[in-house]
Write a protein that binds this ligand. Structure first.
Ligand SMILES: Cc1cc2nc3c(=O)[nH]c(=O)nc-3n(C[C@H](O)[C@H](O)[C@H](O)COP(=O)(O)OP(=O)(O)OC[C@H]3O[C@@H](n4cnc5c(N)ncnc54)[C@H](O)[C@@H]3O)c2cc1C
Length: 444
């Protein structure tokens, strides 16, 4: 039989009449699904849910590279937290997690500033159960110059900032007749998908009378490992590389960036790569905020260590899910990969078991079902593997089947947020918009 663990303050819950305060920090794939679908109590308990996020709206992160390239319209893809809170009966508290007081059971939020205006002061939010779901970011591994000279696309704001920059640079190059050299560091899914999407951007721009643009843009993808897409099977990586090269992208593997400098990168072997626009999309680490959370245990890359029940090792009333957490599962105790699928499954686990746990039932351990993964090269194809769970274990998929798989991942997530019928209507509206509106805007 599998081992179970007591829930957060199960005994206290039986004698409490006021609602149990669940605070979820981070409204991404894991956090937003959780606050949307968590049952609000039973005859014995009532639950008050608060979501904290530093952004006003959420965009499905596996789509951020399309927002960054400008090939999807962010206003159609985003879910505004305040509207979701009204529809799904939770409270939204805008702000950035800055600290934690475990004894007083409060999270500390920094001040909220919009366009240089001071909107809200620093605040403390009390909780009975805290769920941390603040995701992850690229890891510069301390490489000199990356912070100063590279752009990243880890958040909605960063993706929008990158988009403004790439559009301005494209128009500048077009007007001056220069070549725009774009270098993307990191041959994981983010880097591979972004490189393809940048080519798509120039191709679509060509339809609007800037045909010369595609020959004026050079994209180079730099990966330190021996091949692209390390987390995927060899066959997927080889197919994706072959497709990227056919699109005219230069792919460098076994090339470690030593320094980012104005105008380019210096590799460890001394080679200089000239680039006008530099994007860092390599590695994954959790936010620095995770390492200063009142002594919670973290890994070398800031992920919060949790037990199989998803409770933090040092405090059972605090959970961590999604990319910001590390849960060693299986015989080898290997941590799970930071993927959308893991984030969704962990949220689903808490949606199912947390209410019972607050009534005193034991919390079962989380089990992961690997349904496979897909990398999408926008309009140029998709490649994937079918994972170790379900039919056709470990199979390779490509073409329309893989494209459809990628689309269904997104649409099923939307349906979880908005319900089956509304999710379907949003899909229909998106399809109509893609037919009647321009696919990109080169100026705002
Ligand atoms: C460009 C790109 C493409 C990707 N493609 C794929 C793919 O094809 N397949 C796949 O499985 N995975 C993909 N991933 C990874 C996947 O998106 C993540 O694994 C997933 O989003 C993790 O979900 P999460 O809920 O843990 O975090 P997120 O979805 O990142 O959400 C984190 C939330 O926390 C908020 N937040 C962060 N810090 C703070 C703070 N200090 N205070 C308050 N709020 C905070 C953020 O605003 C955000 O809303 C991709 C990632 C990127 C960047």
């Amino acid at each position: 039989m599998q081992k179970t663990h007591p829930g957060p303050d199960a005994r206290q819950q039986h004698i409490t009449t006021s609602p149990h305060r669940i605070v979820v920090v981070g409204g991404g794939i894991a956090g937003l699904e959780l606050v949307t679908r968590l049952p609000r109590g039973s005859r014995r308990t009532s639950i008050a849910v608060t979501l904290v996020d530093r952004e006003p709206a959420y965009v499905w992160k596996p789509m951020l590279h399309t927002v960054a390239a400008g090939t999807s319209d962010v206003s159609q893809q985003e879910t505004h937290f305040i509207a979701q809170a009204r529809d799904r009966h939770f409270h939204f508290e805008p702000g950035e997690l800055k600290g934690l007081d475990r004894k007083a059971r409060k999270v500390h939020l920094g001040p909220l500033t919009i366009n240089g205006r001071h909107i809200l002061p620093e605040r403390d939010i009390p909780y009975d159960t805290l769920i941390l779901a603040i995701g992850s970011q690229a890891n510069d591994f301390g490489t000199p110059g990356v912070r100063e000279h590279c752009l990243m696309i880890d958040s909605r704001s960063q993706a929008l900032g990158f988009n403004r920059e790439v559009k301005a640079r494209l128009l500048e190059s077009f007007a001056a007749g220069n070549t725009l050299r774009i270098a993307v560091v990191g041959g994981g899914a983010t880097g591979v998908e972004l490189a393809a999407e940048l080519i798509q951007l120039t191709e679509i721009a060509g339809h609007y009378g800037t045909a010369a643009l595609s020959s004026q843009v050079k994209v180079i993808l730099i990966e330190s490992g021996g091949r692209l897409l390390r987390a995927f099977p060899d066959r997927v990586a080889a197919a994706a590389r072959e497709r990227l090269e056919r699109l005219g992208i230069t792919v460098l593997t076994g090339a470690r960036v030593a320094v980012a400098e104005p105008g380019g990168f210096r590799l460890a072997d001394g080679t200089r790569i000239d680039a006008d626009l530099k994007i860092w999309a390599a590695g994954v680490k959790a936010s620095d905020a995770c390492s200063s959370l009142d002594g919670l245990e973290v890994t070398h890359n800031n992920q919060i260590v949790v037990r199989p029940t998803l409770q933090t090792t040092r405090d059972p009333s605090i959970f961590a899910i999604g990319d910001c957490s590390s849960v060693p599962l299986g015989d080898a105790g290997q941590p799970l990969p930071p993927t959308a699928q893991v984030a969704h499954e962990q949220a689903a686990h808490l949606i199912r078991h947390l209410p019972g746990c607050l009534e005193g039932k034991a919390l079962p351990p989380f089990t992961y079902h690997d349904f496979g993964s897909i990398v999408s090269l926008g309009g140029y194809g998709a490649y994937g593997s079918l994972g170790q769970f379900g039919l056709f274990k470990g199979g390779f998929i490509r073409g329309r089947v893989a494209q459809l798989g990628h689309i269904l991942l997104y649409r099923s997530h939307k349906a979880r947020l908005h319900g089956f019928w509304r999710g379907g209507l949003i899909w229909l509206a998106d399809t109509i918009n893609s037919l009647v509106r321009p696919r990109i805007r080169l100026h705002n």
